[in-house]
Design a protein around this ligand. Sequence first.
Ligand SMILES: [Zn+2]
Length: 624
Amino acid sequence: LLFSVTVCILMLEKMLPRVILTMARPKTKRKPSGTPLPVWDLSDLLPTATPEVMLKRLRARVNAFACQYRGQVEKLTPPAFARAISAYEKLSEDMGRIYAYASLNRQTRLSDAAAGKLYQTVLERTTDMSAHILFFTLDINKMPDAALARHLKNKTVAWYRPWLDSLRAYRPHQLDDAVERVIHERDVTAGAAWVRLYDDLTARLRFDCRGRKMTDTEVFHLLQSPKRDVRRAAAKAIERTLSAQSDTFALILNTIAKEKEIDDRQRGFATVTAARNLDNQVEDDVVDALAGAVTGSYKRLSHRYYKLKAKWLGLSRMEYWDRNAPLPFAATRRISWGEARETVLSAYGAFHPQLEKTARLFFDNRWIDAAPRAGKDSGAFSASTVPSAHPYILMNYKGTMDDVMTLAHELGHGVHQVLAADQGYLMMDTPLTLAETASVFGEMLVFRHLLDHETDPVARRAMLAKKVEDMLNTVVRQIAFHEFERRFHTERKSGEVTASRIGDIWMEVMGKSLGSAIRPDNGYRHFWAAIPHFYHTPFYVYAYAFGDCLVNALYGAYQSSEKGFADRYINLLVAGGTKRHGELLAPFGLDAADPRFWARGLAVIEDLIDQLEYGENAAKVKKG
Ligand SMILES: [Zn+2]
């Protein structure tokens, strides 16, 4: 059932460790000397029995659970209902544990066939088991409000209230069982098929660049080259290839949007963003306030910064392919692992001893795998695994400043996951919009700590500029994407939108966000075709901006707060997924529904750009 599939996907995701990937970092060759890099020890997850025996035992428990509760949920007494939820949680957690083991074991052994086979076996068997107990959450959703209210008088059931609330939020949008079944079965030849077509098409594309046929990853990477002619050649190759396929991309996007429109209408979602907002546990007007605040700040943020960047690059105006060019004064110093560890721990400790104490666990107990090696995943993440174990962090430390920030970021997730573990497996994880709070806040603490200790003006400028660029990519750019989606989906309601018209919408929203320091090149009009989020998960992109702005507002409140902020922040982390943003932010005097909240977050970026501009003007005065 599609509706149930939404729940099902949620539940399946719940089953898998939350793996948050940061953007791929550029590769460097030199290795920092000193402290050896840690390799993790997964034995805390390693079951006492072999995985095969573990899976067999789990299967027996799943069967017993289904046997006991299938068709019985509505007849349970409140204490029996409480026992059923606890049993469901324990079962889900034990499936999550073996999945976490198989998955993490594979992340450092990607070319090892046995590790791959174990992972695939565990994935298939746990997916099948979770489908077998899916009835439980569906039956809870069929329960009348009055019956649930009776259950909630039980103390144990009341403990699970946040989980029950998020489950039941989908109830008003659920269709009849028969309709849901048809939608679900048809999906493989409908929505899912179009997404697959997009993926296949993109994977097959080749970009003719400087005499070589490149994949999309290769050619897009060249847009970050320090050489201008390389960036230009890459951009022109992308233009040519995307433009040749733009009618096909437009057809796919139109079809996906039409299916979404039918679905929204049937399920009673009033706006194009409403279904996504429900997934993210955020109200429509809050998202509108965020988008409004960001679009209203383009002049003060991106327009101003790109003017500065053009000057640094020695250009009167940048082309769109200069936007991601490296800065001429970027830092190159190598930082040892020991120094990185001490930097992060002391920045965390200066904020709150609890933060440092929790972060230290990761270093003292081999919960981090930081050594780059062949066959290891090239990204970075913190996997929450299960509350009865602990999180694990994977990254590839090569000693750049970016790597130190990645460590700060992942430890932010890790500390959050440790502190929220008491909420239990069903309620420890936050929705997407809040998932990046602790990581981005942790990065901010370390960034400020380093900035405060840096006396060299050029190094300071490089740090500030890098931070601003990251923030503009997360906040301004993603909200421009969001505006594009909103306009496209709204126009699609009254008929198909041609590739050329989609290009017009793209150029208009992107032009507004980039400002006059970047020349509007007509070749850029096809680049909407290359953003996978538009096809995979419509209206996903604003969550990035939401998370970043929220942390900025929180950080702004920290800078102007008296005592007690750090304790309140620890409480926010401990709450895990049990509270929505309104409840979480209230103790800080913050309210995301208030447009001033977002203005406060954006002011933090503005302040960094002020410092960059001030540095420029001071240099000018000195020279003069
Ligand atoms: Zn993250």
